[in-house]
Design a protein around this ligand. Structure first.
Ligand code: ATP
Ligand code: MG
Length: 252
């Protein structure tokens, strides 16, 4: 008897039902946190076009700790800025938790950033006239929607986690480079971002402080925060769970 003749329509139906039940039990395909397709960024400087990012496509899952490693000019900062919605792509698309960034209005992008993304910049970008604690709170202090009391408490908790409990009322000029960077990390974490983007966060500190900062990132990643960290340094990159190498605007 060939396979076709053996098929019993009654059984077939039962089989289909079982199959459906089994599919219902299967864990659903997870939506990746980040889905990038054919992303390009071209800057125009006078008559010249600078291709900062070639066509890059990749997926990053929730909870990953990625090091974006590459030489100066490879396109690391450009990619981080696109992922955080600070720059618009020339072409291609970025989806974060399934939502397309391209096409959002400025207000929508600002809200998206506030609710989802924390940035740590290479040169700290702290406000010199504010104390460490006020710098951490800067996005919430003047926000009418914000639950300000709870945010102050969390800012204190974050600075304590960064071993800065004795430096809260210091201004940036009264802090070391490593301390300033830890304030900048606390500031990036204040709104409990799903995604932490860090651009050479150890670029301006000595190697001891650099290791301390990387341990803090690792700890933060263990709480579930997805981290993408740009660095040219392979020792720093080795703290990540996955290394994405960049060269001339491409991912290798
Ligand atoms: N605003 C801009 N206008 C024009 N060109 C730019 C601009 N920003 C970046 N570029 C160019 O795009 C390329 C990638 O720059 P990007 O800053 O992303 O590199 P990077 O990997 O972060 O380098 P670094 O390690 O030095 O920070 C470089 O050639 C740079 O000159
Ligand atoms: Mg850079």
């Amino acid at each position: 008897m060939n396979e076709k003749n053996r098929t019993n329509p009654g059984n077939r139906k039962g089989h289909d039902t079982l199959q459906k039940q089994a599919e219902g039990r299967k864990p659903k395909e997870k939506t990746p946190l980040i889905e990038v397709k054919h992303l390009q960024k071209v800057f125009t400087v006078g008559q010249m076009k600078v291709k900062a990012l070639g066509e890059v496509s990749f997926v990053i899952q929730q909870g990953e700790f990625i090091a974006l490693q590459g030489a100066s000019g490879a396109g690391k900062s450009t990619l981080l800025q696109l992922l955080g919605g600070l720059e618009q792509p020339s072409s291609g698309s970025i989806r974060i938790s399934g939502t397309k960034l391209h096409g959002m209005s400025e207000d929508e992008l600002a809200r998206f950033r506030k609710e989802n993304v924390g940035f740590v910049f290479q040169f700290f970008n702290l406000i010199p006239t504010l104390t460490a604690l006020e710098n951490v709170m800067v996005s919430r202090m003047f926000d009418p929607e914000s639950e300000v009391e709870a945010a102050w408490d969390y800012a204190v908790e974050l600075l304590t986690r960064m071993a800065l409990e004795k430096r809260m009322s210091h201004r940036p000029s009264e802090l070391s480079g490593g301390e300033q960077q830890r304030v900048a990390i606390a500031r990036a974490l204040l709104n409990r971002p799903k995604l932490l983007l860090a651009d050479e966060p150890t670029g301006n500190v000595d190697s001891g402080s650099g290791k301390h900062i990387m341990e803090l990132f690792k700890k933060e990643n263990r709480t579930g925060t997805t981290i993408i960290l740009a660095t040219h340094n392979s020792e720093i990159a080795s703290y990540a769970n996955r290394i994405m190498k960049m060269k001339d605007g491409r991912i290798m």
